[in-house]
Design a protein around this ligand. Sequence first.
Ligand SMILES: Cc1cc2nc3c(=O)[nH]c(=O)nc-3n(C[C@H](O)[C@H](O)[C@H](O)COP(=O)(O)OP(=O)(O)OC[C@H]3O[C@@H](n4cnc5c(N)ncnc54)[C@H](O)[C@@H]3O)c2cc1C
Length: 385
Amino acid sequence: MMTAVTNFEAKPLPKSTRALREDVQTFLRSYKPKLTEIQKAKSWMGFDREFSKALAKKGFIGLTVPKKFGGQGKDGFSRFTVIEELLLNGMPVGAHWIADRQSAPLILKYGTEEQKSFYLPKICSADAFFCIGMSEPNSGSDLASVRTRATKIDGGWSLSGQKIWTTNAHLCDFMIILVRTSGTAEDRHEGLSQFIVDLKQPGIDIRKIRDLTGDHHFNEVFFNEVFLPDNCLVGKEGAGWQQVISELAFERSGPERIYSSITLFDAWIQHSRDTALTSDAPVLAGKILTELITLRAMSLSVVAKIEEGEEPVIESAIVKDLGTELEQMIPHALAENLATNPESVVSQELLSALAYGMQISPTYSLRGGTREILRGMIARGLGLR
Ligand SMILES: Cc1cc2nc3c(=O)[nH]c(=O)nc-3n(C[C@H](O)[C@H](O)[C@H](O)COP(=O)(O)OP(=O)(O)OC[C@H]3O[C@@H](n4cnc5c(N)ncnc54)[C@H](O)[C@@H]3O)c2cc1C
């Protein structure tokens, strides 16, 4: 039980990452005209091919991918440093985000040499963008019940079914999809497999869904007898469940899960400085900052465990659960603070960004696995279930 506490050992970022951080900062200063606060608040959702291309040219995508596959062959701490700088500056990371975070590591771990040689260099040069085909209308938290099916045919597989909530499917080149290749939904973890689907194949219909803020990033994706050549299967047929769990660990473990509201916090601090701090603003700033610093240390300790070859699935779930709670609290707490100081004039830009943050923040604890599911995993890790 106490390992739940002692597993989080503070690990400072290695000194070697300092030069890399300076490189990213220099690049970001030179790259773009100033982003608006709302563009920064949309960092994860910002899909900007040109920006991703420019990052790739500097070697800031595929940091942990070996050099022979077009990556930088660096460690997880280097990736942490780059991601942290991008998020602190609210950069539009959406285009390469999923491929860099989870598709490349998945292909590296389970893909054939042919798949590694074909996909990884394209991911690292920002020439191939990926989306995630896990959720279905009745299979979200209960992912093992997916019904989309690939049936073996001559030379490949025939894919039919439906995925939902697929972020940026309409803009991406490929989807890594979890499907049933044998048995029925009742077989749960048995008979699932993963494939790489080229989204330009005939038989694929991508339909947009608008979110609460009016933006289009989600989609429904329908597959009607789509032909998948044999070389699209990732890993082993029937081993999809174990593979997807490992993919979700990549999805949940990074610094991504603590910084969604960071640029709002930064803009509010600036506003409070400009308008002279009110008595309650420093208290709120201190509370948010101490939580962020603690979470950052926990997130870094997860990176260290991954670097040591461990699979810190429970630790990742703890960081994501606590991280998203803070990310969700920030816009509301800042808005409340501004409301208690009606005499200070708040810029329209900050108000719009805060309104956006308040509307979008419920998604933080849904994407990548809901709070209840993560807490179930944590309870299991503590031997309570
Ligand atoms: C911004 C965003 C981006 C996303 N992008 C993608 C994507 O690119 N690809 C993809 O495949 N999916 C994506 N998703 C979908 C996401 O993974 C699912 O929304 C999530 O897994 C929850 O599934 P669901 O929506 O079906 O809700 P449900 O599973 O129906 O859950 C509804 C509620 O019931 C609770 N609940 C469910 N089961 C239990 C249980 N056993 N015990 C206690 N409570 C429970 C949940 O915690 C939740 O609060 C995205 C979601 C969001 C919000």
